[in-house]
Design a protein around this ligand. Structure first.
Ligand code: HEM
Ligand code: HEM
Length: 192
């Protein structure tokens, strides 16, 4: 068996999986809540969940980005080809960017549209933005385009992760899983 490789630290792993779990719930909630024909109570519950969970996620995303800016990713196993390193880099940068674009555009869409964000309203936080149909429309388009970009990048991201976990078994999967995992990982099939 190969020497142990460095993996992500537990803090990075926890942050990854908490954000991943919430985002993977918010995407279907967002897609369903805007469909025609769903009942009003279900729609209201999904909007309530989506907006408030999105706002709650913001501090976690900020901590995650700050953590990442101050902690380098561990080096990938040598067996990962150059183009895959570049693809991983690009897709991770895209994911971090979308983790900023999505909550900001969602917030602007709701506030410029004059709608409530129940959690912030309860806390007495003001709307922060004047009402503007034009701004709300632009933010809505950015949120929708961002949503489809996020879904596309995530499809590639998850497919790559599964490929590493089940086919290559080169230790890349265990760099991130389990959340409380060790700082070191081992390839099951070194060199593949
Ligand atoms: C079932 C869903 C997911 C799986 C299986 C998964 C798996 C992984 C794995 C194995 C890594 C480590 C890759 C490496 O070592 O280079 C990773 C990294 C990463 N994942 Fe995910 N992921 C999932 C969902 C998400 C979601 C929803 C997001 C964000 C919206 C996300 C964002 C990232 C980012 C930004 C990194 C790079 C970490 C860094 O270097 O800072 N992942 N993911
Ligand atoms: C990581 C964070 C977020 C993700 C991944 C996300 C994802 C989505 C998705 C997939 C949709 C459906 C898009 C479409 O087909 O048009 C959507 C719609 C929506 N989201 Fe988010 N969202 C996030 C954060 C937020 C936040 C923080 C708010 C508000 C506080 C928000 C408010 C909305 C609203 C109001 C819609 C309906 C847009 C419309 O009027 O058509 N989202 N979101």
């Amino acid at each position: 068996m190969a020497d142990p490789q460095p993996g992500y630290r537990p803090a990075a792993r926890w942050l990854h999986w908490i954000v991943a779990a919430v985002v993977l719930l918010m995407i279907p909630a967002g897609l369903i809540m805007i469909r025609d024909g769903i009942s009003r109570p279900v729609q209201d519950a999904l909007f309530l969940f989506h907006k408030n969970m999105g706002v709650l996620l913001v501090p976690v995303i900020l901590v995650r980005i700050l953590y990442r800016l101050t902690h380098k990713a561990p080096p990938l196993p040598r067996t990962v080809p150059g183009w895959q390193r570049i693809a991983a880099r690009l897709s991770h940068v895209m994911l971090y960017l979308l983790l900023v674009v999505m909550p900001v555009s969602g917030f602007v869409r709701v506030r410029a549209g004059g709608f409530p964000i129940e959690l912030l309203d309860r806390l007495g936080v003001g709307p922060w933005l004047p009402k503007s149909e034009r701004v709300a429309e632009v933010a809505q388009s950015i949120h929708a385009i961002g949503a489809y970009a996020l879904i596309a990048v995530l499809a590639i991201h998850v497919a790559a992760a599964i490929q590493h976990a089940l086919i290559r078994r080169d230790g890349v999967w265990s760099r991130m899983w389990p959340p409380a995992g060790p700082g070191k990982t081992r390839a099951v099939r070194p060199g593949r």
